[in-house]
Design a protein around this ligand. Structure first.
Ligand SMILES: Nc1ncnc2c1ncn2[C@@H]1O[C@H](COP(=O)(O)OP(=O)(O)OP(=O)(O)O)[C@@H](O)[C@H]1O
Length: 343
């Protein structure tokens, strides 16, 4: 359904071009949920926004393809992009308060998505037909509100965003995303602004939508624990590159990259009392200063001189890939493979 091929996105800055996304490859199959996971500044949102055609200057797609159902979106005109945005591919943003317009009633805001894409085409232009169309569209809005768990939608249609809690506002955004029955839903940290119990409810809702409508999803999150529960596949990003990718169960049970391992060790677990959480030392490298070397080497306890060269993706098994010199072909000779075995 979606294949990202060798995608590189750069931002022009005073200090030169910063590659926020660098030679990224991943795919999404119909009905699949893929998680893009990593710390802040790793390029997750840039990768996600590019699929919606929302990279703005000084950002630019420098290389690669975004192939959606056989068409390369990266070479589309803004008009072509507009025709699929919201209809085929929709997006839920991180903070509902900045996405919803505080001056308009929520029902009207969901209604507007339907109007923009004309899911229900007017057969004729007479006043009766227009009245019937408006009625049908309002019914669709109420159905959407009910589907995302908003009770008494008839009354709440008329309410303003500030009259809803954070969780309910996020449900409104999900209803807007679903309005045109998209095949692919993109979510940028959809639960970050919510408290834990509400987070779980929103994730349950997204899971139900995925199961009932077969909607594929890409979820961007810094929380590997959340991705482990929610996604079929996980791609771990670091400094603009995917460093490990694979089916969730495989990747969680058998993480290969030191960064993935570090992310896993920093997840608190309530089942283990007095468990020691091991934060990853240091911070994400400054992308402007990054060359071809492994971007994680300064924070990695396994770093060696070999890490100063460009690192390619190594196929661990049919579906599991990792970008680390510990697993690169030829490393056996230098004995590094032994370190990997103990890792
Ligand atoms: N408008 C911009 N101008 C210059 N550089 C930018 C711009 N936007 C992003 N970047 C660069 O791209 C990098 C990746 O940003 P991006 O927002 O995609 O990361 P992220 O992993 O989604 O982080 P977050 O979770 O904080 O949104 C940033 O660290 C920054 O160096």
């Amino acid at each position: 359904m979606l294949e990202i091929k060798n995608l590189t996105i750069g931002y022009a800055t005073a200090g030169g071009v910063v590659k926020a996304v660098k030679e990224v490859n991943f795919s999404v199959k119909p009905g699949q949920i893929v998680g893009l996971v990593g710390e802040s500044g790793c390029g997750k949102s840039t990768a996600l926004f590019s699929i919606m055609g929302l990279i703005k200057s000084p950002g630019k797609i420098m290389d690669g393809e975004i192939v959606y159902n056989g068409h390369n979106l990266a070479s589309q005109t803004p008009d072509q992009w507009r025709s699929i945005r919201g209809k085929e591919i929709a997006m839920i943003f991180q903070d509902p308060m900045t996405t919803l317009n505080p001056a308009f009633r929520v029902g009207k805001q969901i209604h507007e998505v339907l109007q923009t894409h004309r899911v229900i085409e007017p057969e004729k232009k007479g006043w009766l037909e227009r009245f019937k169309l408006r009625h049908k569209e309002k019914e669709r809005v109420l159905t959407l509100m009910r589907e995302v768990g908003i009770s008494a939608p008839e009354q709440r249609y008329e309410a303003y965003p500030h009259q809803f809690s954070g969780g309910m506002q996020q449900r409104i955004l999900i209803a807007m995303g679903l309005a045109c029955n998209p095949k692919l839903l993109l979510a940028d940290e959809p639960t970050t602004a919510l408290d834990v119990t509400i987070q779980a409810q929103i994730l349950d809702l997204l899971k139900r939508i995925n199961k009932e409508h077969g909607t594929s999803m890409i979820i961007v999150t810094h929380d590997l624990g959340m991705a482990a529960e929610f996604c079929h596949e996980v791609a771990v990003m670091y400094a603009g590159q995917i460093v490990e990718r694979g089916p969730t169960e495989l990747l969680i049970a058998n993480p290969k990259h030191p960064y993935t391992k570090g992310l896993l060790q920093s997840i608190p677990r309530i089942t283990k009392t007095r468990q020691r959480i091991e934060p990853i030392p240091g911070t994400v490298v400054d992308l402007a200063k990054l060359g071809d070397e492994c971007a994680f080497r300064a924070r990695c306890s396994y770093a060696s001189d070999d890490c100063s060269n460009a690192v390619t993706m190594t196929q661990i098994s049919e579906e599991h890939q990792v970008r680390c010199v510990l697993y690169e072909r030829g490393s056996e000779a230098s004995g590094i493979q032994q370190a990997a075995a103990h890792f």
